[in-house]
Design a protein around this ligand. Sequence first.
Ligand code: HEC
Length: 413
Amino acid sequence: MIESFIHEWANLLIRWIHFIVGVAWIGASFYFNWLENNLERKPPQDRGKDNEIAGNLWAIHGGGFYHLKKFKTGPQPLPTQLHWFKWEAYTTWLSGITLLIVVYYFNARLFLIKPGLIDSGVMDITPTKAIAIAVISVIGSWFVYDGFCRSPLRKTPLLLATTLVLYLSLLAYFLSEVFSGRGAYIHVGAAIGTMMVGNVFFVIIPAQKEMVVALKEQRPIDPAVGKNGLLRSTHNNYLTLPVLFLMISNHFPSAYGHSWNWLILIVVSLISVAVRHYFNIRKVIKSLWWILPAAFIAMLLVMWMTAPVPQTAVSTSASTSKTVATQEKIDIDSMVQTIIQKRCTVCHSESPTQPGFAAPPAGLVMDNPDQVIANADRIYQAAVLNKTMPIGNLTKITQQERDLIAQWYTSFP
Ligand code: HEC
């Protein structure tokens, strides 16, 4: 009892920290992208004695006016106080990995492994193996991605981007075969996040250090270093929206719980990359205004194509007599009540008996028949449509029982 209480608080506090430092990281990154896109760049003849300035801008925020300048190479002499932006990224990764451990690896049987995989004997997967796959997919993705960026592919950025999309799609598909929907989503997200932090740690910050050293030594900056840093920060820019989608999607079984969840992941990510592209180029290329409405329509299409298909009730009897139908309804009612008590209330109870649960998850209590009826929509959605419940199918619900719930639900007037 006390362990699960501490576990829940650990989850909440680490999530809170992860969220705060993530906002700081992505916020700074959005801000500098915005700066780049909004600098007033004067033509060289108008720059006068400020010829080393690439552009500048005025802004008003909070309590005052700000004047920012971007240098073409770097200031001479170098200022004594130079602010770096790296700890936002590092702490986001560290807190994210900690959260992954607390939520998914402490409870791999429940949250990580695809329900039914163990029972069906399709795959001999233990929590340890699942965690190994998870860790390899996250860390390995960095090496795969870094390899792509160092290969000859780097000379054709579009080909490199396509290869990356293909790799991530394969990863999404593979993980959705082994992990629960949310486990698959969060691990694709963690893999992308690791690639982004790896870019900061292994490429972008070293490139900036090289720039500083070159300035100090008053020698020209190696153009290859700058180019590589730019390529990686462009990737980070485009990966931001997909990664944020994957991080929040864990609370939405309509996406991760769908049988085509990996495809939804790919399509929504691509849509968000297009949206990012629009915001990157809109100051320069005005003719691409249609991206936003097109993205909106594409999202509606995704929603429409993945909308739940109502399961039609299969009547257990051919009889149409009213009294028999009523009797049958009462039977189904009591059968469903029994199913819920057997398969759900170990967790979804005022006082759960399942170890590791201090309180009813998602605030859902189904201790008595009225509570079951009041939550019919949620039960139908979770146990029939998305099959995300019982979580990890720990209580081994059968397909017949799911069908009965469907029949019960669709028999409501
Ligand atoms: C082993 C424990 C466990 C069992 C058994 C279980 N649940 Fe859950 N349930 C959870 C957890 C944990 C969550 C919270 C998931 C989250 O944080 O996203 C949850 C959330 C839910 C939700 C909220 C929406 C959602 O899908 O996340 C519904 C509805 C639900 N469960 C229904 C059921 C039904 C119906 C059953 C029985 C058929 C059931 N649960 C059995 C642990 C369980």
